[in-house]
Design a protein around this ligand. Sequence first.
Ligand code: HEC
Ligand code: HEC
Ligand code: HEC
Ligand code: HEC
Ligand code: HEC
Ligand code: HEC
Ligand code: HEC
Ligand code: HEC
Ligand code: HEC
Length: 265
Amino acid sequence: MRTPPGCISPLAVLAVLATALLVGLGAARGGELFSPGELNAMAGTPLGEVDSHAALAGDCSACHPSPWDAAGLPGRCMACHTEIDAEMRSASGLHGILLEPGEDQSCQRCHTEHNGPEASLTLASLDDLRHERTGFPLDGGHAEIECAECHTGTRYAQVERTCAGCHAEPDFHAGLFPADCQSCHQTAAWVPASFPLQHPPFPVDHEDASTCRDCHPAALTAYSCDSCHGPAEMVDEHRDEGITDIRDCAGCHPTGEKDEARDRS
Ligand code: HEC
Ligand code: HEC
Ligand code: HEC
Ligand code: HEC
Ligand code: HEC
Ligand code: HEC
Ligand code: HEC
Ligand code: HEC
Ligand code: HEC
């Protein structure tokens, strides 16, 4: 049944009186009466003149708004946690990427209280974080690693986003290539990589060669043909041609074609 405006039902009056009485009692006894449990006592950087939630035990209204406060509980929380407010407004930082624009920001969806001085305040897990919203998806070699391996400074603060910002050039090709690793590499794995630059005339797909290491076992700055053309055998075969110094293979076989060396000599 709808109560006509201006007319207050006796039941409502009773309810208001009862609430006022209980709230009064609660205030008189330091708020403990209605508290469903102790507040979190883990202290950190002071905010709003307290260094932990437990210090607010006598000031329930720091978190619990009056019914006519349109900003509700989140408004209370953000009065102290101003950085969360900023994150949500700018769609950056942890909460900025946890929540879609316009999504329900109610802190109590993911945070709790009154579970004792040492209980965690966070219910939500970071597993569902849509990291791709930063423009840097966590795929390939980045999928299974801890946040802290990349976010080494303050919690989830901005970090380098270029590959070279986090990964050093390997000895294998140090000094040879430009620093834009992503032009040749993907996050799935370092090897294989693409090689969009001009290779010397000796073809990388010579016969059954399939990886760079077939001819560059240690680093790209040096080559060796030994993995397929056994050194002892080569010494013998070249001796038959009257050749004893065979160190400069590519000098006599610049493209590895049959009879090329003889044609050149
Ligand atoms: C630091 C913020 C904070 C302070 C201070 C605080 N509360 Fe809470 N309170 C919460 C949050 C958050 C919840 C919601 C917990 C949940 O849903 O898991 C809650 C829930 C409650 C509930 C249960 C409401 C429900 O929906 O189940 C009551 C009752 C309550 N608080 C009373 C108090 C009283 C009394 C005080 C003062 C002694 C107090 N609270 C101080 C944050 C606070
Ligand atoms: C009066 C200021 C104040 C209010 C209001 C307040 N907090 Fe806090 N909060 C703090 C302080 C101080 C700490 C402890 C300092 C720290 O951890 O950096 C803290 C810690 C936290 C932490 C843990 C931070 C961490 O580093 O793990 C969470 C989560 C949190 N508050 C959420 C809330 C939520 C949700 C509300 C509203 C229900 C709320 N706070 C209301 C001051 C406040
Ligand atoms: C492989 C490295 C890597 C890992 C692992 C990683 N991140 Fe990131 N994160 C980045 C990069 C790169 C950016 C983008 C930085 C930028 O845009 O300046 C970023 C951005 C962010 C941002 C936005 C920062 C801002 O200020 O806008 C948050 C929040 C974040 N990461 C949280 C996490 C969390 C939580 C985890 C663990 C679940 C995680 N990241 C794991 C590399 C990583
Ligand atoms: C969708 C879930 C979600 C919502 C909604 C949410 N948070 Fe969080 N919050 C998290 C997660 C997840 C963490 C990270 C916990 C961790 O690092 O393990 C976090 C961390 C925090 C921290 C610790 C500091 C930090 O940045 O890591 C504070 C303070 C905090 N939240 C306050 C709030 C406040 C205030 C609100 C409401 C305005 C809110 N959160 C809404 C999920 C949420
Ligand atoms: C914010 C730092 C950061 C950025 C930016 C970053 N990485 Fe990583 N990456 C890591 C960390 C940390 C690991 C895990 C530890 C390791 O293997 O070095 C990793 C691992 C990898 C792996 C797996 C290595 C293995 O042995 O399994 C590959 C491949 C990789 N990254 C490629 C890239 C590429 C390509 C880029 C640029 C598109 C890039 N990374 C950008 C931090 C970063
Ligand atoms: C011009 C293309 C190119 C660029 C730019 C490039 N790489 Fe490479 N990288 C390669 C090729 C090709 C290989 C060898 C792949 C193979 O063995 O099949 C390689 C191999 C690697 C390896 C594996 C080395 C080993 O020991 O097997 C790592 C790690 C690596 N690169 C990291 C990087 C990083 C970090 C950057 C940026 C600082 C970068 N690369 C820039 C082409 C490139
Ligand atoms: C079948 C043999 C062979 C294969 C496979 C091969 N290379 Fe080479 N590479 C050579 C030879 C021979 C030279 C030296 C040519 C010369 O000095 O005239 C060379 C030279 C180079 C150089 C020049 C080094 C310098 O110091 O300037 C680069 C860079 C290079 N190779 C990259 C690669 C990459 C990347 C791969 C894999 C995609 C690869 N090579 C696969 C035979 C090979
Ligand atoms: C992955 C194996 C492999 C590597 C590495 C390799 N080769 Fe070959 N090469 C072959 C095969 C297989 C043939 C064709 C059969 C044969 O004659 O041995 C061949 C043929 C040749 C021929 C022509 C011989 C003929 O009579 O057909 C020359 C010259 C040659 N290689 C030189 C080189 C040089 C120089 C290098 C090092 C820069 C090199 N090869 C590295 C596998 C390789
Ligand atoms: C001074 C020049 C010279 C050098 C250095 C040299 N070769 Fe040769 N090589 C020749 C000539 C000449 C022949 C015979 C004609 C031909 O196949 O072109 C030959 C033949 C070959 C053949 C074919 C052999 C056969 O009959 O099956 C291979 C394979 C070969 N060389 C590989 C190499 C490798 C690998 C090196 C370095 C370890 C090397 N050569 C160094 C000149 C040279």
